[in-house]
Design a protein around this ligand. Sequence first.
Ligand code: ATP
Ligand code: MTE
Length: 164
Amino acid sequence: MAYTAGVLTLSDKGALGEREDTAGPLIKEALQKEGFDVVAYRILPDDYEEILVVLVDWVDRKGIDLIVTTGGTGLAPRDVTPEATKAAIEREVPGIAEAIRMEGMRHTPYAMLTRGIAGVRKQSLIINLPGSPKAVEESLEVILPVLNHALEKLKGSPKECARN
Ligand SMILES: Nc1ncnc2c1ncn2[C@@H]1O[C@H](COP(=O)(O)OP(=O)(O)OP(=O)(O)O)[C@@H](O)[C@H]1O
Ligand SMILES: Nc1nc2c(c(=O)[nH]1)N[C@H]1C(S)=C(S)[C@@H](COP(=O)(O)O)O[C@H]1N2
């Protein structure tokens, strides 16, 4: 059974139509290739309240299994995606965010500047990716292989974790 996914792009320029969002569609395509049913996609400005409302709605009302955000994880004053995500989740999954930074560091030292987090709300997983398409590609490479297993565990599947 395919898990559902939502893609949320956080970008002031994107929300104003001043720059085409190529990061969001990139995530959408990668998730579809991984077997996810992408049922939601939106671009929002870097607004804490707006981001929190959508994250909660996509989990609590739409029951979306996986939400991947892109953008707004940096140090700029308006970068608030991690803070909104923190307010939306019940338990953090630090290993996913750490893996994203570790992989990023293989490409650029700037990768240490993404404050993105990952966590669970009810039976859904929310993951923050940085905003640039290059960062998205590099981050997806490392997290795609674990997403379906993570959701199986989150939803109480008795399946053993693979003993690699
Ligand atoms: N959704 C996106 N689609 C395409 N390119 C993006 C996207 N988000 C970011 N980028 C690219 O990555 C760079 C760094 O991302 P950053 O979040 O700092 O964007 P920004 O343009 O400064 O702010 P905002 O996207 O909120 O307007 C941007 O300058 C842009 O080139
Ligand atoms: N893998 C990877 N991670 C990356 C980058 C990158 O190029 N590759 N860019 C970094 C930079 S320059 C910034 S400012 C932070 C935060 O980006 P955001 O504000 O677009 O979320 O992501 C970082 N993470």
